[in-house]
Design a protein around this ligand. Structure first.
Ligand code: ADP
Ligand code: ZN
Ligand code: ZN
Length: 721
């Protein structure tokens, strides 16, 4: 007697799969979600394989409690991509699978099958008349009616009570279902004619349809990359085009740009900020091949797309493509793998490519497509270095800088002060005894915030009331150290009382609404001086902005992280690219104590290539990526000893092959975070395959080690050390 069983992975950080019996009436196939008993509870799982087994053996297995899907929720292509990620990043298959699914599908109690398409409801003419006829005490009905009046409502966003009402209203013909969402879209515009340089880029990519061809599109800000994307979309349709962007805001911006040219129903945007129902609806549309343009943030790389024909990774250098917890993956790298397996072209685009991508282009692994001039007449801004050893900056800004701002005010142009620190000041000091305000849970200084008079930790969220006296010596005269956005904002208001100053950072630009209204204010000229963090550096086009002042950038030069200078260069180049985008010429002024530093010198020449070469030769000498492949075993524990101890044990359990260089365990750069002590162990190799082989064997041994309160994870191709 034989019977069938299913091997199932659960949403748990353990590498095993578990076997369950399939009941007679259950239709089970790989890729469907199931509910299974696990321990004393039920858990959500995904079926990996189905096999037959003897009745005797199956006897001791538990049964699948329920099947949640009829058809596999993920395509075979995506299941394989996920398997690759699970192996490459050494993260359990179950947890990897669940990372790839939209959050709604991870809910255990969601009985409804994912295959069932959500329906959209809209008010009919008749329904529109009914406002007055709803009983005033019927709160739910009232609220639902108002929602319907302002737009379509999705069945999957309704609770049980609302669904009952929907059912009744459908019968009464107050509402009707709408299968395709077609928000009244404005007339579409024709594509812009590409200039010669754009045309060349377009032609190179367009003719590689149906083959794996990786491109690095190195286009300066404003060179017209987005317009090329629009042409590519048009060419590749009806195949699907996946466009990844690093941030939700840039997704919205890309959407706005492309909606000019393409009908609303051809395009979806996938990111975590969208209402759950809408997101699932769009995800399903994309998975069914019903839409051709998919814009999304990093996790959109796992969207099943049956007709995928082209992948574009915009701002490919951005560190937001790296997921820093759970499955630690780099969406850009996964995108390359996906394109390779799917045999389609992929375009990595940036004004400041990641050094890895630059190197890959250099050695011929990627096709290099330069686009080195702006599409419109505007020239690149001039870059001036202001030596702060000569030009003093007691208030944060040198007199020359203030003069430049005044000059813009006089001619009614905008200035942007770029300082990559939010809060008032990055530190609070006592000059009597040397005390500095420190987070007791992390090894960092507390940041002064004046808006609500607090000291805050930007790493763990701890906050306390502002200190009025030194806790060590009682001194009442405490001093802020350094300049954050708030402090510069305050100073600018006082220095230029007639100017309208707007601060843009994580504290002020919370929420899409807020951000939109800020952008509008800048666009319509209701702001004279902007103070902001890198938040503002990305992608935005402010035609009247002609001066960018860079303040406090030197701090990053001291960092021990070898990637920091690469990032700083990119940030300043991006933010500088905001200056003078339309008719007016732009100017960038950088305050620095090291005007001779190669980084600033290269910025002054707009010389990405030159600086990239300097960095590459430094990396080669030091034996850093892209010349080696790295992986880091990280551990955190209540005490540093335990964390280091665990790593040492991990190092000892497995004899390292010759091709692998394994370093000694060391405390993390930031040894204490949120009350846990952190340490790391670096291993590297010049052979990616050998490193992978080693990691596979090693990871198994690490799972078997005693943990004693230690949390650990492997970080492959780590962004930071
Ligand atoms: P990027 O994406 O490289 O920063 P954009 O695509 O945003 O550049 O282009 C910068 C500006 O130049 C935009 O306002 C865009 O509409 C305009 N532009 C780009 N290409 C052309 C073109 N071929 N003809 C006219 N205007 C163009
Ligand atoms: Zn003191
Ligand atoms: Zn902290």
């Amino acid at each position: 007697m034989t019977t069938t069983i299913a091997n199932i992975v659960l949403d748990l950080p353990i590498p095993q799969a578990f076997s369950y019996r399939i009941k007679n009436d259950q239709l089970v196939q790989p890729g469907i979600r199931v509910r299974v008993p696990f321990g004393t509870r039920e858990k959500l799982g995904i079926v990996l394989t189905v096999e037959s087994c003897s009745e005797a053996e199956a006897e001791r297995l538990k049964e699948i409690a329920a099947c949640l899907d009829v058809e596999p929720i993920l395509s075979f292509e995506i299941m394989q991509l996920i398997e690759f990620c699970s192996q490459y990043y050494h993260y359990p298959m179950g947890a990897t699978l669940f990372t790839a699914l939209p959050a709604t599908f991870r809910q255990l109690n969601r009985r409804k099958s994912a295959q069932k398409k959500a329906e959209q409801y809209i008010l009919t003419e008749q329904g529109l008349q009914q406002a007055g006829s709803l009983p005033t005490q019927a709160r739910v009905q009232q609220a639902l009616w108002i929602k319907l009046k302002t737009g379509a409502v999705l069945s999957s966003d309704c609770n049980i009570q609302e669904k009952k009402i929907i059912k009744r209203w459908l019968e009464q013909r107050w509402i009707q279902t709408e299968q395709t969402k077609a928000p009244s879209s404005p007339a579409l515009q024709p594509l812009l004619a590409l200039n010669t340089a754009q045309q060349q880029v377009y032609a190179a990519i367009q003719h590689t349809e149906g083959t794996f061809s990786p491109f690095l599109l190195h286009g300066v800000t404003g060179s017209g990359k987005t317009e090329i994307f629009a042409h590519l979309v048009q060419h590749f349709q009806p195949k699907q085009i996946l466009i990844l962007v690093p941030e939700i805001r840039l997704a919205t911006q890309m959407e706005t740009r492309l909606r000019r040219y393409f009908a609303a129903h051809q395009l979806v945007v996938l990111h975590s900020d969208r209402p759950a129902g809408q997101r699932i609806y769009d995800w399903q549309q994309a998975s069914a091949g019903g839409v051709s343009v998919i814009i999304g943030t990093r996790m959109a790389i796992f969207t099943p797309l049956p007709d995928l024909g082209l992948i574009i990774v915009d701002e490919e250098h951005d560190s937001a493509y790296f997921q820093q917890d759970g499955l630690r993956y780099a969406a850009r790298d996964v995108a390359i793998v996906r394109a390779q397996r799917k045999n389609c072209p992929i375009v990595l685009a940036s004004a400041t490519p990641a050094l890895e991508s630059w190197y890959n282009a250099k050695i011929g692994r990627y096709h290099y497509l330069p686009l080195l001039h702006r599409a419109r007449k505007a020239t690149l801004p001039s870059v001036q270095l202001l030596d702060t050893r000569v030009h003093k900056t007691p208030s944060g800004l040198a007199l020359e800088m203030e003069a430049a701002i005044q000059q813009r005010l006089d001619i009614k142009q905008q200035s942007l002060i770029y300082v990559n620190r939010r809060g008032y000041a990055p530190a609070l000091y006592c000059h009597e005894c040397g005390w500095a305000a420190q987070c007791h849970r992390c090894s960092v200084r507390l940041v002064m915030h004046v808006s609500n008079n607090t000291l805050r930790c930007h790493h763990c969220g701890y906050q306390e009331k502002m200190k009025s006296a030194c806790p060590e010596c009682g001194n009442l005269d405490l001093h802020p150290g350094g300049f954050g956005t708030q402090r510069l904002e305050q100073y600018l208001r006082q220095r230029f009382p007639a100017a309208r100053v707007l601060r843009i950072d994580q504290d002020t630009a919370q929420g899409e609404q807020n951000w939109q209204s800020m952008q509008d204010a800048i666009q319509t000229g209701n702001v004279d001086i902007l103070v902001g963090t890198q938040m503002i550096g990305k992608g935005h086009d402010f035609p009247n902005l002609t001066l960018v002042a860079v303040v406090g950038a030197d701090d990053a030069l001291y960092s021990t992280d070898f990637r920091v200078s690469e990032r700083l260069f990119a940030q300043i180049m991006q933010v500088g690219g905001r200056a003078g985008r339309a008719q007016q010429a732009g100017q960038v002024i950088i305050q620095t104590r090291f005007p001779q530093h190669p980084l600033y010198q290269a910025l002054q020449r707009h010389d990405y290539a030159g600086y990239a070469e300097i960095l590459l030769s430094e990396r080669k000498q030091a034996g850093f990526p892209p010349f080696v492949y790295q992986a880091v075993l990280r551990a955190d524990a209540p005490t540093m000893d335990r964390a280091l101890d665990f790593l040492q044990q991990a190092k000892n359990v497995y004899r390292c092959p010759d091709a692998i260089l394994s370093f000694d365990p060391i405390p993390d750069n930031m040894p204490r975070k949120a009350g846990r002590e952190r340490a790391l162990l670096l291993v590297q190799s010049s052979h990616r395959k050998k490193l992978q082989e080693f990691l596979r064997q090693w990871a198994q041994q690490i799972y078997a080690l005693p943990k004693r309160g230690v949390h650990w994870h492997l970080d492959v191709d780590p962004l930071q050390l």
